[in-house]
Design a protein around this ligand. Structure first.
Ligand code: GDP
Ligand code: MG
Length: 179
C-alpha cells in the first residue's frame, strides 16, 4: 500500500510462474518482507505484494504477483500488463526444469511483447540434491534470450539480484519509450 505522501514514479507488474513447490512464494516473501518460512501454505490467497525501490533516482514500485497455489489455473488476467517475469524451477527437481518451455510458451502467448524474463533456478542451498546443472540452464536461457540466476530464498542468495536485474531492465525499456 502506498503511504500517504509517497511519490511513485513508476509501477511495474512482475509475475512469478513455474511449477508448484519450486519456491515462488518464498522468493516473494524474501524480496517483499525479507522473510522465509518452511510453511509452504504461508501465502496462499495473497495475489501480489509490493516493494518500492529507487532506480536511477526514480521511485519504482514493484508489484509482484504470485500464483498463490493456483498454478493449474493461471489465467490471462494474471499475465495482463506484466512487464517482467521470474520463471522459476527447483534445481533439485528435474521435472520442474523440463516444464519451463511450457511456462515460457504460455508467458509469451499472453504477456507484453517486450516482457523481461529471468529464468530462476531456486534452492541453490541444496547443492547435494542438484538435478539440473547450471550449464544446462544457462544454455537454455541463452537460446531463449532470458536472464538467468540461481537463487536460494532460504539463504537469501541472489533473490535481490534477480528482481533488481528485471526491474532495472524494465526501467531501461520504459524510460526509452519516454524519451
Ligand atoms: P511455490 O509453490 O512455488 O510457491 O513454493 P513455496 O514457496 O511454497 O516453497 C515450497 C517449499 O520449498 C517450501 O517448503 C519452502 O520452504 C521450500 N523452499 C522454498 N525456497 C527454498 C530454498 O531456497 N531452499 C530450500 N531448501 N527450500 C526452499
Ligand atoms: Mg506458492
Amino acid at each position: 500500500m502506498a503511504r500517504a505522501g509517497e511519490k511513485v514514479d513508476y509501477v511495474f507488474k512482475v509475475v512469478l510462474i513455474g511449477d508448484s513447490a519450486v519456491g515462488k512464494s518464498q522468493i516473494l516473501a524474501r524480496f517483499a518482507r525479507n522473510e522465509f518460512s518452511l510453511d509452504s501454505k504461508a501465502t496462499i490467497g495473497v495475489e501480489f505484494q509490493t516493494r518500492t525501490l529507487v532506480i536511477d533516482h526514480r521511485s519504482v514500485k514493484a508489484q509482484i504477483w504470485d500464483t498463490a497455489g493456483q498454478e493449474r489455473a493461471v489465467t490471462s488476467a494474471y499475465y495482463r500488463g506484466a512487464l517482467g517475469a521470474l520463471l522459476v524451477y527447483d534445481i533439485t527437481r528435474r521435472q520442474s526444469f523440463d516444464h519451463i518451455p511450457r511456462w515460457l510458451d504460455e508467458l509469451r502467448a499472453h504477456a507484453d511483447k517486450n516482457i523481461v524474463i529471468m529464468l530462476v533456478g531456486n534452492k541453490s542451498d541444496l547443492e547435494e540434491q542438484r538435478a539440473v546443472s547450471t550449464e544446462d540452464a544457462k544454455e537454455f536461457a541463452e537460446k531463449e534470450n532470458l536472464f538467468f540466476l540461481e537463487t536460494s530464498a532460504l539463504q537469501a542468495t541472489n533473490v535481490e539480484s534477480a528482481f533488481q536485474t528485471v526491474l532495472t531492465e524494465i526501467f531501461k525499456i520504459h524510460s526509452k519509450k519516454n524519451m
